[in-house]
Design a protein around this ligand. Structure first.
Ligand code: GUN
Length: 273
């Protein structure tokens, strides 16, 4: 698996850094008891342990005040053994996500959510790439398909995935279309795609008849159905009949997101020294 290869490479890099007296450290903040967030945070901590990254978890109660959360972020900004800070989203409604993201030092912002880092991505001069879009780019590279000149369609325009995803594809010289809920003819747009990235959060929205024969389909969706089944934004059974390569949910993009977070944390350790 690509994610395993990346983690193995990082493990060797962490060993080298430790020999130079640098130990990467990740602080993970989780507020409240959202079960999906709990699963993600556990996976992130497990990956740190696997690679040799020091990690700390700050599990705060749902009723934590904004002042308390911002004070914690400030403490972590100044904590020498912490190279990266990640505040798991979504936060409970009374907390302003923007304020919290803005409070994280850009040099420790391993999610690459801070406006300073978002701006750097825009101009192609960055320290960190956002984990999920960066993981998607690695998967595309791995599939052997060149992005240059290809029709790339991103379905979804979130700050976390859709927008930065479009930018990374553009940096690789793709011709990029971003679709969203107001797009007039989603099917027509998707059918043009040589590379289709689905990141809308609508279970199985993209069906096989919306996919061009031989396209590369990357499914970023993680939707929990009422029957507890986890499905993506793409209907895998029909889509896999058309696609030359397609990522499954679970198991496709998810592990890549975590591998990229580890990469950013190791990078942060060198930036903060
Ligand atoms: N919630 C869903 N995805 C993410 C992510 O990549 N980072 C953080 N911090 N929260 C998330």
């Amino acid at each position: 698996m690509v994610s395993q290869r990346i983690k193995d490479e990082l493990k060797a890099e962490v060993l080298e850094l430790k020999n130079k007296g640098i130990t990467p450290g990740l602080a993970v903040i989780i507020v409240g008891d959202d079960p999906a967030s709990r699963v993600y945070v556990n996976s992130k901590k497990k990956a740190c342990a696997e690679i040799g990254i020091y990690s700390e978890e700050y599990a705060l109660p749902a009723e934590t005040s904004e002042e308390e959360l911002l004070a914690l972020v400030e403490k972590l900004n100044n904590k020498d053994d912490i190279s990266g800070i990640l505040c798991q989203l979504p936060l409970p409604k009374h907390l302003d996500e923007k304020k919290v993201i803005n409070a994280i030092s850009p040099l420790k912002d391993v999610d690459a959510f801070h406006p300073a880092n978002v701006g750097k991505i825009m101009i192609g001069d960055y320290d960190f790439l956002p984990c999920t879009p960066a993981g998607v780019m690695e998967l595309i590279k791995e599939s052997g398909i060149e992005v240059k000149g290809k029709e790339c369609v991103v379905v979804g325009r979130s700050n976390i995935v859709g927008k930065p995803q479009a930018m990374l594809l553009l940096h690789e010289n793709g011709t990029v279309t971003i679709c969203h809920s107001k797009t007039r003819d989603l099917k027509e747009a998707c059918l043009r795609a040589d590379i289709l990235v689905a990141a809308v959060g609508v279970p199985e929205l993209i069906k096989g008849d919306m996919i061009k024969e031989g396209a590369v389909v990357i499914d970023v969706g993680m939707n929990r159905l009422e029957n507890k089944k986890l499905v993506g934004d793409v209907e895998f059974s029909s889509a896999s009949e058309k696609a030359a390569a397609i990522t499954p949910v679970p198991g496709g993009v998810g592990p890549m997101t975590i591998a990229m977070l580890m990469k950013n944390t190791v990078r942060a350790a060198t930036l903060n020294k």
